[in-house]
Design a protein around this ligand. Sequence first.
Ligand SMILES: [Zn+2]
Length: 285
Amino acid sequence: MTIWESPSQLDRVEDRRGDDAWVAGLWASPQARVLAVSEDGRLAWADDGLDLRPVSGARDERHLLAGLVGSVPVFVETGAELPGAPVLRTVMDGLDGADLQVAFTAAALADWHRRAGFCGECGATTVTTRAGAGRLCVSCAVEHYPRVDPAVIVAVTDADDRLLLGRQPVWAKGRVSVFAGFVEAGESLEQAVHREVFEEVGLRLGPPRYFGSQPWPFPRSMMLGFAADATDTTLTLDETEIEAARWFTRDELDAALEAGEVSLPMGTSIAHRMITAWRRRDLRR
Ligand SMILES: [Zn+2]
C-alpha cells in the first residue's frame, strides 16, 4: 500500500482548528515547526529535506496550520522570501511519508491562499479562517475552501496486455507516460476517461476500472487513476497534444528503458505507480 492509500500521516485536526485558543497553544508549543513557502512556490529546504524550523515570533495571517504529525504541530508560513530554494516539483522525489504529505499540503494551501484574497461572490476582501483551512469574506461572510481540479489519468492496455505510452511535445526528450486530462463541467470521471483517450489517441475503451488517486498540487489537481482495455489497437493521434504513442510489452519497455530510449514519469507521480503496477502485473485488481 502506498501512502496515498493509507490514513494520512498529517492529522488536519478539523474538529479543533476552529478554536483559536487551542491553535495558539499549538503555536506556543516547543515542538511546533514551521515550513516557509514563497509566493512563487519555493519551499524552505535544508540539505536533503524540508527545513522545518522551530516556531518563533508572533502568529499572524501568513501562518496556516497544516496539522499534526504525531504530536508535532506543523504550520506553513506563506509569502516567505526564499531566493535559491527549490520548487516542490524538483525535490519531491526525495520526499516520502509525512514529509511528502506536509510538502504537498503546504504547496496547495499556499497557492490557494495567494489567489483567494477576494471573495468570488461579492469581490470584497477575505481573511484566513479555521487556522488556514479556509477563508472568510469580510463583507458577505461566505466561507471559501481550497479547490481541487479533478483530472483523470488512464492506463490503456490491449487484448495482449500491452500498455500504451505516449509523449507530449513539451516533455523532456524520451519521457513517456499514460494519458491524462481534466474532467469537464457536468462530466463523470468515466466519461472523462473515454473522452480524453479518444481525443488523444482515437481509441474506444471498455469499462474504466478505478485504480487509485493522488493529490497533485501543481497547482491544485486531484489525479484519479483508471485502467481500461482498448477495443482495438489502431491509433489516431491528436498531434498538438500527443507527439508519439506506442504499445509496449513488458519486455519491450524494459529494453527501451535499458537502452535509454525512453524514461518514465517522476517516482512520486501516480503515473509512475500505474506503470509500475502494470509491469508487476498488478494493474487488474
Ligand atoms: Zn463576499
